[in-house]
Design a protein around this ligand. Structure first.
Ligand code: SF4
Ligand code: SF4
Length: 347
């Protein structure tokens, strides 16, 4: 890792240069809620001024750039007795600017599963390898609890990471590509005082988290609480809408869809994002549902996120962004569910 400091004017030049050469995305104000709070999303940006880099949080995560809601895995052409399969997973270079630490950590979790797991996805790998990521620190929102999970800091999985110090950015340079891009602008090696400012900024960030969750005993509490009644209490509230999984940066459950044209000449196989909370998630041919109860669907999502499944080496996969809590129409949020579980385990 190389460390540099850049002024905001030079950083603007850097982003403008990046956007000139790559398809670039950044946070943008896209709407406003009834209560006046802003809704941001990552959208195509043509230059620095086209981005709202002081955004609060994006409503959906950047997961969709790597795991699109719907993607074609293969296409088939049938002609006579012969058939041909086309598989396409090339991806043009692109850049995403202004990504939060917890969202980069979420990608690092997906990397372990979709790049380093037993069944790596060439589609995901192509997108991840061809995406230049510029991360950026931010002051936490009232309900972010990523600090409790140790996900408020990020050390890998990005090309460049910016922390604001005294009107400049302290840069962590994590790839040869980032170093090459930075040659086009003016930077300097951090002074002792700037190093000190970075440390103070990190301390201030850590101290500013208001939402806390005690996860220290969580895996054991979850092991013990598997049959607890509280899953029914929370499960009964759930609408099985799947919104929590759609906005979550680490949910990666999916369904497969195969479509054949009426003339039986072509077909395609698509991968579609799904949620273990949807009613038919565990339904198999013949109509049998292995997980018909709402409480079981909700419970398994929580066990995947906080207890871990074998596929993610039994590590938790939640990064504490609370997007699911904000998106849920009936107020189910991880902090309350976990606190409830912890309280019940003590009683
Ligand atoms: S807080 Fe919710 S949306 Fe965010 S990573 Fe955890 S489970 Fe996913
Ligand atoms: S968003 Fe809320 S209601 Fe919808 S599936 Fe998730 S927990 Fe259930």
């Amino acid at each position: 890792m190389i460390f540099k400091v850049i002024t905001k004017d030079e950083f603007k030049k850097f982003v403008d240069g990046l956007a000139e050469e790559n398809e670039t995305f950044g946070p943008k104000l896209v709407d406003t809620r009834a209560d006046g709070t802003a809704i941001y999303d990552f959208r195509r940006a043509s230059c620095f001024d086209d981005m709202d880099l002081d955004y609060t949080i994006s409503h959906t995560s950047i997961k969709r750039f790597f795991l699109p809601f719907r993607e074609t895995l293969s296409e088939f052409n049938f002609s006579g007795d012969d058939w041909e399969q086309t598989i396409e997973y090339r991806n043009n270079p692109r850049a995403i600017v202004g990504v939060r630490a917890c969202d980069i950590n979420a990608l690092n979790i997906l990397d372990r599963i979709l790049m380093g797991g037993e069944f790596p996805s060439p589609y995901y790998i192509a997108r991840r390898r061809n995406t230049f990521l510029v991360g950026m620190d931010h002051d936490p929102l009232e309900d972010c609890f990523c600090e409790s999970l140790g996900q408020h800091l990020v050390h890998r999985g990005f090309d460049l990471f910016c922390t604001e110090i005294d009107g400049k950015y302290y840069l962590k340079v994590n790839s040869a590509k980032a170093l090459a891009f930075l040659r086009n602008v003016e930077t300097h090696s951090p002074t002792h005082e700037e190093d000190h400012m970075l440390i103070e900024r990190k301390k201030a960030l850590k101290a500013s988290f208001k939402a806390k969750v005690d996860v220290s005993a969580l895996p054991s509490v979850l092991d013990i609480g598997f049959k607890h009644d509280l899953w029914k209490k929370w499960g009964d509230k759930c609408l099985n809408c799947g919104s929590c999984a759609m906005v979550c940066p680490t949910c990666y459950c999916y369904a497969m869809e195969e479509t054949i044209d009426v003339g039986l000449k072509t077909s395609k196989k698509e991968r579609v994002q799904y949620s273990c909370n949807l009613v038919d998630f565990a339904e198999v041919a013949g109509g049998h549902n292995f997980r018909p109860l709402k409480e079981d669907k909700l419970k398994y999502r929580y066990y995947h996120h906080y207890r871990g499944f074998a596929q993610n080496r039994e590590d938790p996969i939640c990064v504490g962004c609370n997007r699911c809590g904000r998106a849920c129409l009936v107020g189910i949020n991880p902090r309350e569910v976990i606190n409830d579980l912890l309280m019940e385990s003590k009683s």
